[in-house]
Design a protein around this ligand. Structure first.
Ligand code: FAD
Ligand code: NAD
Length: 465
């Protein structure tokens, strides 16, 4: 340790980096974490998961009051939007949670190096003009918005914005156009639709939510349409011009054809995110990125340069906070000589719309490519709790191996799908069969009983349909 400043130096304090730093410190390693943001927590806590959920949660209440859902339960209210107060509770949530990470750093004796890090060698970086040498360096620099050529984001003007700008709009737009029918477009499009905006979603592909199970994508599209979101599928945006306080977009069919224009008060560019490696001077460490700009690692998160590791959005795999966290823990454990493993086949994903959409494992299409499958499906309309709560939309679908009955994937659309999917992930982690789930006692009345019924449906014997 003599001439090393740290055993572990983590670059980036998002859910990957801060969790890796805390675990490394817990394991007795002298640890620092560099980040140039004002507050810790990365994209997730500052401008991602947390503020978006604060706006989703608050707007859900507003929508329930405005769209008659509360009236259905005997509560007559006419909601009045106080947008500054809604933003204040978002900012408060961010402040509380980012401050919490600062507390955890102090508690675990992790040094926060305030500034952006750049490599100056294989074992050293420069942060805010100072050089630090570390036995191990973990790159956890995350990702940022993929730009769309011809559609220039300017969050200050609040006309063409990215997800960060869309979280902070000072007024509800009359017409919001969302470019990209992925997770961000649907979550943030839902927020502003609920608060009164007309929302149009332009998606390049023939269906929204790429990567999810086809039944889920189709049903989600139907549900969002019913809620009032208009979709222009198989359409690409090729340009945007800001005229006064409006944007005029040029749209073309994805397969080519006549262009049309579409006017919007606010345009949200949400066509994906790309890894952050600019400014790291990776070449000085002898590292290169792959064709997608990601840093490749082995299963233990080591890169091709001994002593340099990488985790989270900057490496291949789904860009999800919990994936980054689990990789952070495993990576720190591997550095400490333990065996840290992440099962990338069982990473749940959740879209926090109304209803929520969640999945884990293979889609039916992916599973069928690998072999014969059995599928069980159960509608939320048959679930007593969902029915009682006036939440009839959605279903649970379980995909199992036809021969072994082992569960390969679980997909659901339900008000609390994000919570329900945890039991599916746990079951899959333990190698459960659909029969195991079907014969596990589930509390009544809960939405989770729909998972049990879908498991019973794999062998064709659900009770409540
Ligand atoms: P990040 O969280 O991006 O953190 C990386 C950090 O590294 C940043 O703070 C950055 O400032 C810092 N950094 C970059 N370069 C340097 C450098 N050279 N030196 C020092 N520091 C540097 N995921 C979910 O699982 N659930 C959700 O609900 C969800 N909602 C989202 C909503 C939105 C609007 C967005 C944008 C994303 C959302 N995500 C969600 C994705 C999630 O935020 C990311 O997957 C997660 O934050 C990735 O974690 P990370 O640690 O890899 O990187
Ligand atoms: P995404 O990859 O989820 O969706 C982007 C969509 O844009 C795709 O459907 C794609 O086909 C479409 N698209 C691409 N180019 C287009 C074009 N020119 N015109 C029209 N459509 C186009 O990306 P995102 O929604 O920006 O989210 C980025 C990442 O952040 C995702 O990987 C996601 O995992 C993560 N995230 C997760 C959550 C969550 O877990 N709840 C929430 C927000 C973001």
């Amino acid at each position: 340790m003599a001439d090393y400043d740290y055993d572990v130096l983590v670059i980036g304090a998002g859910p990957g980096g801060y969790v890796a730093a805390i675990r490394a410190a817990q394991l007795g390693l002298k640890t620092a974490c560099a980040d140039g943001r004002e507050t810790l927590g990365g994209t997730c806590l500052n401008v991602g998961c947390i503020p978006s959920k604060a706006m989703l949660h608050a707007s859900e209440y507003y929508d329930a009051a405005a769209n008659g859902a509360m009236a259905k339960m005997g509560i007559d209210v006419t909601p009045k939007l106080n947008l500054p107060a809604m933003h204040a509770q978002r900012i408060d949530a961010v402040k509380g949670l980012t401050g919490g990470i600062e507390f955890l750093f102090k508690k675990n004796k992790v040094d926060w190096l305030k500034g952006y890090a750049a490599f100056i060698g294989k074992d050293s970086v420069e942060v805010a003009g100072k050089t630090y040498r570390a036995k191990n360096i973990i790159i956890a620099t995350g990702s940022s918005v993929t730009p769309l050529p011809g559609v220039d984001v300017d969050n200050d003007k609040q006309i063409i914005v990215d997800s960060t700008g869309a979280l902070e709009l000072a007024k509800v737009p009359d017409h919001m156009v969302v470019i990209g029918g992925g997770v961000i477009g649907l979550e943030l499009g839902s927020v502003w639709r609920r608060l009164g905006a007309k929302v149009t979603c332009v998606e390049f592909l023939d269906q929204i939510l790429p990567g999810m199970d086809a039944d889920v994508r189709k049903d989600a599209n139907r549900i969002f349409k019913k809620q009032g979101i208009e979709f222009k599928l198989k359409t690409k945006v090729t340009g945007a011009a800001v005229k006064g306080k409006k944007a005029v977009l040029t749209l073309e069919p994805a397969a080519g054809g006549d262009a049309e224009t579409l006017e919007a008060d606010v345009v949200l560019v949400s066509i994906g995110r790309r890894p952050n490696t600019d400014g790291l001077a990776l070449d000085k460490a002898g590292l290169a990125v792959n064709a997608r700009g990601q840093i490749e690692t082995d299963h233990d998160f080591s890169t091709q340069v001994p002593g340099i590791w990488a985790i989270g959005d900057v490496i291949p795999g789904p860009m999800l906070a919990h994936k980054a966290e689990d990789e952070g823990i495993a990576c720190a454990e591997n550095i400490a000589g333990q065996t840290g493993i992440v099962n990338h086949d069982v990473i749940p994903s959740v879209v926090y719309t109304w209803p929520e959409i969640a999945g884990v494992g293979l889609t039916e299409e992916q599973a069928k490519e690998k072999g014969e499958v059995k599928v069980g499906k159960f509608p939320m309309a048959g679930n007593s709790r969902a029915k009682t709560n006036h939440e009839p939309d959605g279903f649970v679908k379980i995909i199992a191996d036809a021969k072994t009955d082992r569960v390969l994937g679980v997909w659901c659309i339900a008000s609390v799908a994000g919570t329900m999917i945890a039991q599916a992930a746990q079951a899959m982690e333990f190698g459960a069969t659909s029969e195991d789930i079907a014969y596990t006692c589930h509390a009544h009345p809960t939405h989770s009983e729909a998972i049990k019924e879908a498991a019973m449906a794999v062998t064709g014997k659900p009770i409540h349909v």
